[in-house]
Design a protein around this ligand. Structure first.
Ligand SMILES: Cc1cc2nc3c(=O)[nH]c(=O)nc-3n(C[C@H](O)[C@H](O)[C@H](O)COP(=O)(O)OP(=O)(O)OC[C@H]3O[C@@H](n4cnc5c(N)ncnc54)[C@H](O)[C@@H]3O)c2cc1C
Length: 331
């Protein structure tokens, strides 16, 4: 079985953690591995993973491939997949790769499945695993169609490490497009939705908007503290339903949207560590924490949900004071 690990490089020329995880998924299949990289330049990225045991490193490089753009990215992926003649193509689930994956599959006449959480070859069959219906059903997927293009979710495989020097074979692809990229506007870490690449998930609950010990609400201060902590830690921001519902009505923290909601009717992030602040830890919220490695919470209430076996550590304390001190210590 020929397996192609297909990924774009980052602005610094290297590969993201999500891409290195996808490489581990591709390697785990045990077939003949080919690496296909595209971006402004690909040598640094190839060297970063030179020890992965690939029989070939293919690259599409040039200014046209520097930033995400459907036409050039799809052309690069198509050219690399054809050059590798791979039966299985494994890509990371980054937004840049996810955008072109279905189009590339259509050009190749390939089957496509996205956001797999496991991938293995057993008894001559490749089987992937993915969630359906908002993580309610875990399904197994196998396809007879070849090529089969899959994207794998981040946080499900250990990121490959093994640098060295790789010999990259250049592959030609058309970078022509009617779209010209004039610049990139990226939201700051404290303004984004849940970011899987962050090491820490910081959850803000409705307590931030509640009347505090002095009989007053301190929403502006809460905003500043949360944004300060996010910029000091580069953590990803999550929230509870109660708080994002209030934000939608313009009553609470202005930077929160429903995209931040963690829980039964929200997201199920996979960060290594999570810190819940001013959040009660009720079951519909905590169910969204099931893939968080280490859970900690700060709450005034020693009998809150987190104390009922839902957190590894509960700090019974005022989150305003704790978060302020934390941001100060991290400066
Ligand atoms: C069908 C269904 C689906 C749901 N889905 C979701 C979901 O996906 N996600 C979700 O989050 N919820 C969901 N909920 C709602 C959930 O049950 C809770 O109502 C919600 O999570 C509560 O949010 P909260 O903990 O932020 O707010 P609250 O319950 O109001 O808790 C606020 C907490 O802040 C603490 N606090 C206040 N001030 C401070 C301070 N200074 N320092 C420290 N702590 C302080 C308080 O002690 C309190 O524990 C769902 C409910 C239903 C019925």
């Amino acid at each position: 079985m020929n397996v192609l690990f297909l990924a774009h490089t980052e602005a610094d020329g290297g590969l993201s953690k999500a891409a290195c995880e996808a490489l581990s998924a591709a390697k785990g299949l045990g077939g003949e591995l080919v690496v296909g990289l595209y971006g402004a330049e690909v040598q640094k990225a190839a060297d970063q993973i030179a020890g992965c045991g690939a029989v070939k490193f293919l690259g599409v490089a040039g200014a046209d491939f520097a930033t995400a753009r459907y036409a050039s990215d799809a052309a690069a992926c198509e050219a690399l997949a054809k050059a590798a003649a791979a039966e299985l193509i494994v890509m990371p689930s980054t937004s840049r790769a996810s955008r072109v994956a279905p189009g590339v599959a259509a050009r190749l006449g390939a089957a496509v499945d996205t956001r797999l959480t496991a991938l293995e070859a057993a008894g001559g069959k490749v089987v992937g695993t993915r969630w359906f219906y908002r993580q309610r059903i875990l399904g197994k997927v196998a396809r007879d169609t070849r090529p089969w293009l899959v994207t794998v979710d981040s946080g499900c495989f250990a990121a490959f490490e093994g640098a060295g020097t790789a010999q990259v074979e250049a592959v030609a692809a058309s970078g022509q497009s009617r779209t010209t990229v004039t610049g990139v506007i990226a939201p700051a870490a404290d303004a984004q939705t849940i970011r899987p690449d962050a090491k820490l998930l910081l959850v803000a609950g409705a307590g931030w908007g509640k009347t505090q010990a002095d009989g007053q609400k301190h929403l502006d201060e809460a905003s500043q503290i949360i944004l300060g902590l996010l910029s000091a830690t580069q953590a990803s921001l999550g929230s509870s339903k109660s708080l994002v519902d209030q934000s939608g009505e313009g009553a609470a923290l202005p930077f929160l949207t429903h995209m931040h909601q963690v829980g039964q009717t929200g997201a199920t992030p996979r960060h290594q560590k999570g810190l819940a602040t001013c959040c009660h830890g009720e079951e519909p919220h905590v169910v969204g924490w099931r893939f968080i490695g280490e859970r900690r919470a700060v709450n005034l209430d020693a009998n809150c949900g987190w104390a009922q076996g839902k957190a590894d550590v509960l700090y019974v304390a005022d989150a305003f004071a704790v978060a302020k001190k934390l941001a100060e210590l991290l400066k």
